[in-house]
Design a protein around this ligand. Structure first.
Ligand code: NAD
Length: 472
C-alpha cells in the first residue's frame, strides 16, 4: 500500500478520534463505531486478449447498526484495502448525517477503467458481482452498492442483471444496487444528485450571514468565483448547477490533462461537450492552460471544490490555498494535516460526509422506489393537477379576471418524479446543514464543520447501538 492511501485512512481515523474526544460516549462504543465490521478481500482471474489476469478487489461493510449497508464501487488502479475501509467508514457517518437508514460500506476493484474495453469491464463487473453474491455481500436487505469513481449507471445495470440471474424470482432484486439507468429500475435525478447536493450545501453556507461575516464575503451565490478539480460525474454537475442555478463563475477546472483558467468564467456544459469531442479540456476557447496541473490549488477564488480523489490538499500544498471556502465534493480530498493549517487561516471546510451526501440520499429514494415497485408521483400527479386547476378556475370566476395559459400551467403542474427527487434532496441537504450548524453554535469546544458533522452522526449511530441493547 502506498503512503498516500495509508494517510487517507489515517486521516479519517484522526478526524474521527478528534470528534470522539469531544463526546461522553463509552470508550467501547466509540471503538465499535470506529471499527470496520467486515472486510472481504478477493482475487479472481479474467481472460483478456493478452492472457489471464488476476484482479484484486474488495467490499468493506463498515457498520451493521442499520441494514442494508450502502456505498459505491470504485474502479481505480489506486484501490487498496485501507482506502476502501476509509471510504466505507465515511459512508456510515454520511448516511447518519442525512438521515438515510443504512450502515456504511464501499467496494473497490483495482483496475483503471481507461485501460479496458467495455467488454472487459463488463466481464470484470459481472465476475465481481458473482463473488459478492457468493459471500452474501450484496442484496436489497444486506448490502447495496452504487456508482463511485470510475463507475456509473452502465456498471450498475450489469450488477443488477448478474444478481437477477443468480437470484431468479427474487421480488425485490432491483433494490440490490442503486444508480441504475432510469430505464432499468433507476430513478430520475440520480446521476446529477451528488453534484446537486454539493451545490445545495454550498448555497446554504453562502446564504448564512453569520458565517459569511466571519470570512468577509457577501451573502448569496451570484458572482462567487469557483475552482473545480475533476470533471467527472460529481465535478461536472457541480460546475453546471453552480453556474446555471447559482449564477456563480467557474473560473478554473483541473483534469488529468491539465488545468485551464478563465477569470471571466467557463461555460461548463460547453466544456464537457468540447472534452468529449477533443478528448481534452486544454484549448477550450477563452481559457489559458496553467503551467502545472496541480496549480489549481493556489488559484485565488471564493470557493475551491476538489471533486476527484482523496489527499489532494496536503501539508505540502495547503499553504498555497487562496480561497475562503473549500467544499469537499470528493471523499477525503483534504488531509487532516492540511486541515489544521487551513483552519488556522480561517478557511471554512464543508466536509465530504455532508457535502457529497446527495448521491446516497437519492440512492435511498431509488431503493425505496424499487421496494415499492412504483414510480414516485404516479398516484398523485393527475389528481393534484385537477385540484389546482379547479382552484385557479374558481379564483378566476370569483374575481372575473383571467391569467394566461402559460401562467396557468405553471400554477397547476403536478409533481413528476424528478421534481420530487430534487425537492427531497434539497430538503435533506438544508436539514443536515442546520443540524451541523446547530452543533457548531451550541458546543463551545467545536469550531470546525468536520468535527461538528462527526458529532451529529456519532450521536445518531450511538443511539442506534443503544437501542439495539448492545450498549447500556
Ligand atoms: P468520476 O470517475 O466520474 O470522475 C472523476 C474525475 O476526476 C475523472 O474525470 C478523472 O479524470 C478526474 N481526475 C482524477 N485524478 C485527477 C487529478 N489528479 N487531477 C484532476 N482530475 C483528476 O468520479 P466521480 O463519481 O465524479 O467521483 C469523484 C469523487 O467524488 C470521488 O472521491 C468519489 O468517491 C466522490 N463521490 C462520488 C459520488 C457519486 O455519486 N459518484 C458520491 C459521493 C462522493
Amino acid at each position: 500500500m502506498s503512503n498516500k492511501q495509508a494517510s487517507f485512512y489515517q486521516s479519517v481515523q484522526t478526524n474521527f478520534e478528534k470528534a470522539a474526544s469531544k463526546t461522553k460516549l463509552p470508550k467501547g462504543l466509540i471503538a465499535q463505531i470506529g471499527a470496520c465490521n467486515s472486510v472481504y478481500q478477493m482475487r479472481f482471474p479474467i481472460k483478456t486478449p493478452k492472457g489471464y489476469e488476476v484482479i484484486e478487489a474488495y467490499r468493506v461493510q463498515h457498520s451493521h447498526h442499520r441494514l442494508p449497508t450502502k456505498g459505491g464501487i470504485r474502479f481505480s488502479h489506486l484501490v487498496n484495502q485501507e482506502e476502501v475501509m476509509a471510504l466505507a467508514s465515511l459512508m456510515t457517518f454520511k448516511c447518519a448525517i442525512v438521515n438515510v437508514p443504512f450502515g456504511g460500506a464501499k467496494g473497490g476493484v483495482k483496475i483503471s477503467s481507461r485501460a479496458y474495453s467495455p467488454e472487459m469491464l463488463e466481464k470484470i463487473t459481472r465476475r465481481y458481482t458473482v463473488e459478492l453474491v457468493r459471500k452474501n455481500f450484496i442484496g436489497p436487505g444486506t448490502d447495496v452498492p452504487a456508482p463511485d469513481y470510475g463507475t456509473g449507471s452502465r456498471e450498475m445495470a450489469w450488477i443488477l442483471d448478474t444478481y437477477s440471474q443468480l437470484r431468479n424470482g427474487e421480488l425485490d432484486a432491483a433494490a440490490c444496487v442503486t444508480g441504475k439507468p432510469t430505464a432499468q429500475n433507476g430513478i430520475q435525478g440520480r446521476t446529477e444528485a451528488t453534484g446537486r447536493g454539493v451545490y445545495y450545501s454550498l448555497r446554504e453556507l453562502l446564504n448564512d450571514a453569520d458565517e459569511m461575516k466571519k470570512i468577509g464575503l457577501e451573502t448569496g451565490t451570484a458572482g462567487k468565483t469557483v475552482v473545480i478539480q475533476g470533471l467527472g460525474n460529481v465535478g461536472s454537475y457541480t460546475g453546471m448547477i453552480c453556474r446555471d442555478e447559482g449564477d456563480m463563475k467557474v473560473i478554473a477546472i483541473s483534469e488529468i490533462e491539465g488545468t485551464i483558467h478563465d477569470p471571466k468564467g467557463i461555460d461548463v456544459a460547453k466544456l464537457i461537450k468540447y472534452r468529449k469531442q477533443k478528448g481534452t479540456i486544454i484549448g477550450f476557447p477563452g481559457t489559458k492552460k496553467l503551467k502545472e496541473r496541480n496549480d489549481w490549488v493556489g488559484i485565488e477564488c471564493d470557493v475551491l471544490i476538489p471533486a476527484a480523489l482523496e489527499s489532494q490538499i496536503r501539508k505540502d500544498n495547503a499553504k498555497k490555498v487562496n480561497t475562503k471556502i473549500i467544499v469537499e465534493a470528493a471523499n477525503g480530498p483534504v488531509t487532516a494535516a492540511a486541515e489544521a493549517i487551513l483552519l488556522k487561516k480561517g478557511v471554512i471546510i464543508l466536509p465530504d460526509m455532508f457535502a457529497n451526501a446527495g448521491g446516497v440520499t437519492v440512492s435511498y429514494f431509488e431503493w425505496l422506489k424499487n421496494l415499492s415497485h412504483i414510480r414516485f408521483g404516479r398516484m398523485e400527479k393527475r389528481f393534484d393537477e385537477r385540484s389546482y386547476t379547479n382552484l385557479v378556475n374558481t379564483v378566476e370566476k370569483m374575481t372575473g379576471k383571467t391569467i394566461s395559459q402559460k401562467e396557468k400551467s405553471v400554477l397547476t403542474k403536478g409533481a413528476d418524479e424528478i421534481d420530487l427527487v430534487r425537492s427531497g434532496l434539497e430538503e435533506t441537504m438544508i436539514d443536515a446543514y442546520h443540524e451541523i450548524r446547530n452543533v457548531l453554535r451550541r458546543k463551545r469546544n467545536v469550531d470546525d464543520w468536520r468535527t461538528a458533522a462527526f458529532l451529529v452522526s456519532l450521536e445518531k449511530v450511538a443511539s442506534d447501538y443503544m437501542t439495539m441493547g448492545i450498549f447500556p
